[in-house]
Design a protein around this ligand. Structure first.
Ligand SMILES: Nc1ncnc2c1ncn2[C@@H]1O[C@H](COP(=O)(O)OP(=O)(O)OP(=O)(O)O)[C@@H](O)[C@H]1O
Length: 357
């Protein structure tokens, strides 16, 4: 006997999908343990939906295997996979009321009526739609319709739920509420959720791990904080939030940045002399005046100051035409620098990384 395989585990093994000669998913391998909230994040066209569709069974890979709960599912049709699904355009049925919509996955397989009634009530309670049983889609807000879709996805207690931009059509506040609700339901039921989004904040707040996709491949995979703070390359750094990527070069033992300033970094050793120094805007502090030039101190001049409420974002010219973005918290007693002011930028070595140029 091999090791026990949890029913909710999901794996892709070297999966490739081509349309014509183009591989839109190119040799992707993933192993997702049961109960994980796993997100595929990436720009438009990077292969997220195609990857999810291969998990769902709507698309059959040209190469590789799809494995669920230890079973090869590569050629099993969607119905046979026992998954819950919430897709942005997988709308609820207009001719069925809320209770009938939610009951659908159970009624198609002929579940006994008392069980259907009990499960529908339970699922509607979870998405906070008790009392809405008799309504139709046209009598529901966008957020309520998405909740119905969510209730329908979980009603049969699937081990794995796939979600493709389920909150894409909702406004910001509603989106936030639904994010919290989805997370809560996922934890409560111990479901594996595989989630597709191109919204970086959503990915960061909801996920246990994120795979960042770039042109059909996984550029980086890890917990939110790791991919945000320790990007492996400039694509990941720039895609996930704001990033300063300053031209830098190795000069013997030291790294020099804009204006020849000596910069210490914690990690990253690209082979060549040319490199990019990565540091997030919120890790850069801005002080008035010109300080002594030490490692990780750059003299500069404020180009713009954008007041965003809780933070002030500065664009600072820092020599050799480099512009550095710095986010300063608008906390108690915060001093606002003005365009034209001479300032000194600084950050901790461990908050910066040297990436391939
Ligand atoms: N049926 C198809 N025939 C041909 N090309 C396709 C087909 N489906 C997807 N593609 C192409 O595959 C690439 C990946 O598409 P996919 O929908 O997986 O990307 P995505 O990352 O989900 O993008 P988005 O965020 O825009 O939904 C795109 O270039 C797309 O045009």
């Amino acid at each position: 006997m091999g090791p026990a395989v949890s029913a909710g585990s999901v794996a892709l093994e070297a999966v490739t999908k081509r349309y014509g000669s183009e591989a839109v998913v190119a040799g992707v391998s993933l192993a997702i343990p049961e109960g994980e909230f796993f997100t595929l994040l990436g720009p438009s066209g990077s292969g997220k939906t195609t990857t999810l569709s291969m998990l769902a069974g709507f698309v059959v890979p040209d190469e590789g295997r799809v494995v669920m709960g230890g079973r090869d599912m590569t050629r099993v049709p969607p119905r046979g996979r026992g998954l819950g699904m919430v897709f942005q355009n997988y709308a609820i049925f207009p001719h069925l009321n809320v209770a009938e919509n939610v009951a659908f996955p159970l009624t198609v397989r002929g579940a006994p009526k008392p069980e259907v009634t009990a499960r529908v009530a339970e699922a509607l309670a979870m998405v906070k739609l008790t009392g809405f049983e008799a309504r139709y889609a046209r009598q529901l807000s966008g957020g309520q319709q998405q909740r119905v879709a969510l209730a329908r996805a979980i009603v049969a207690h699937p081990k794995v739920v796939l979600m493709d931009e389920p909150l894409g059509a909702l406004d910001k506040n509603l989106r936030y509420h639904m994010q919290v609700e989805i997370k809560e339901i996922q934890r409560r039921l111990g479901m594996t959720v595989i989630y597709v989004t191109h919204d970086q904040e959503e990915a960061l707040t909801m996920s246990d791990r994120i795979a960042i996709m770039d042109r059909g491949r996984i550029a980086q995979l890890g917990p939110p904080r790791e991919v945000y703070e320790k990007p492996d390359d400039s694509f990941v750094a720039a895609f996930l939030g704001e990033a300063n990527l300053l031209r830098a070069r190795r000069d013997g033992e030291v790294v020099r940045g804009p204006g020849g300033a000596v910069l210490a970094t914690s990690a990253g050793t690209p082979p060549g002399g040319e490199a990019l120094l990565f540091v997030r805007p919120e890790k850069v502090s801005v002080a008035a005046g010109l300080a002594e030039v030490l490692p990780n101190h750059l003299p500069g001049r404020v180009l713009h100051a954008s007041f965003l409420g809780n933070i002030v974002r500065y664009a600072v010219e820092a020599g050799d035409g480099a512009t550095v973005l710095c986010d300063a918290a608008n906390g108690a007693g915060a001093v606002l620098h003005q365009p034209g002011d001479a300032v000194t930028l600084s950050w901790r070595a461990e908050d910066s990384r040297l990436l391939a140029g």
